[in-house]
Ligand binder design. Structure first.
Ligand SMILES: C[S@@+](CC[C@H](N)C(=O)[O-])C[C@H]1O[C@@H](n2cnc3c(N)ncnc32)[C@H](O)[C@@H]1O
Length: 292
């Protein structure tokens, strides 16, 4: 998830509409809706609330404009490395924020995600793209593409077997000579615990959030991304704990599984946004070439 730029973050929290945190107990006694706050301790395989019940708040956490620079860079990289590719398939495209900026680099773009609700947002933003609901581990479109992109959604692969399934999905959907760009948020080699504050408002809703990324068991292939949301809508505030269980693999594991799938992997530098520095994000991306 993209952290707010530190300056914007402070500004929004200090100057934004105050949330009456200190008055909560008295407030809660009078307002039953506050007692309906949700706690989700999401087991592996269960979909996070953010991509289902909370989709209407998603753009407040991860605004469209935050995707401009990176998506332009991904598009330019794919155009340079795979100049013959005119079509793009994105796996885990979410609300299509990245696609909105990358689509100008291709003549046709197909967006897939396992959440139809996330894709609904993208259908409005990207009516010129094709949208298909599907799990990146096993979706099969009976079609091939010049390039494949899998951005932050790859975080939800929590086992080596799942990661390899996604590589196979990319492989079967690529033309010979095509390439798939995978952009993990973090690698086990360089992971560090971190937390971030996020804030966003539109005319109808407000979101304040602390996210906390940590690894309680370094011997396995996962880490936890906990979100503590305060969500205001129609004057009411709800607190939600949404746990995302994410994968955490060594760079060598990525390369080994990619080779096993039949790719020639290339490690390329990710143009990390300033706000991502010193927070455990990796500046490595994996460009997997399917031999021609
Ligand atoms: C952070 S959002 C992606 C946002 C996207 N980069 C954008 O620009 O809008 C992560 C997405 O991964 C999707 N996802 C998680 N596991 C998935 C799976 N197994 N197959 C397909 N999509 C998945 C979620 O539904 C969610 O939409």
């Amino acid at each position: 998830m993209r952290p707010l730029h530190p300056e914007r973050c402070t500004e929004k929290i200090l100057r934004g509409s105050p949330i009456p945190l200190l008055r909560w107990p008295a407030f809660a006694a009078k307002t039953p809706y506050l007692l309906e706050s949700w706690t989700s301790v999401t087991p592996i395989g269960v979909k996070p609330l953010l991509y289902e019940r909370l989709v209407r708040f998603y753009h407040l956490l991860d605004p469209l404009e935050d995707h401009i620079d990176e998506s332009e860079a991904f598009g330019a990289l794919l155009n340079r490395k795979v100049p013959q590719a005119t079509s793009l398939l994105e796996l885990g495209a979410g609300v299509g924020h990245g696609a909105y900026f990358i689509k100008s680099h291709f003549s046709s773009v197909t967006l897939t995600d396992r959440s139809d609700l996330m894709l609904d947002r993208s259908r409005i933003l990207n009516p010129d793209c094709k949208h298909i609901v599907g799990d990146m581990r096993n979706v099969r479109l009976n079609n091939t593409f010049g390039s494949v992109l899998c951005h932050d959604a790859i975080a939800y692969m929590t086992t080596k077997a799942d990661l390899q399934c996604v590589f196979e999905t990319a492989h079967v959907h690529l033309c010979s000579g095509g390439a798939a760009l995978f952009v993990p948020d973090c690698l086990k080699d360089t992971f560090i615990e971190s937390h971030e504050a996020h804030a966003g408002d539109d005319k109808e809703r407000s979101l304040r959030c602390i996210s906390w990324s940590y690894d309680p068991d370094p011997s396995d292939d996962t880490h936890i991304y906990d979100f503590a949301f305060l969500l205001r809508e129609h004057g009411e505030v709800t607190a939600v704990h949404d746990r995302h269980i994410c994968g955490l693999f060594l760079e060598e594991t990525w390369l080994e599984l990619a080779r096993k799938t039949g790719f020639h992997p290339e490690v390329v530098e990710r143009p990390l946004p300033e706000a991502y520095e010193h927070r455990g994000y990796t500046n490595k991306m994996f460009l997997l070439h399917k031999p021609g």
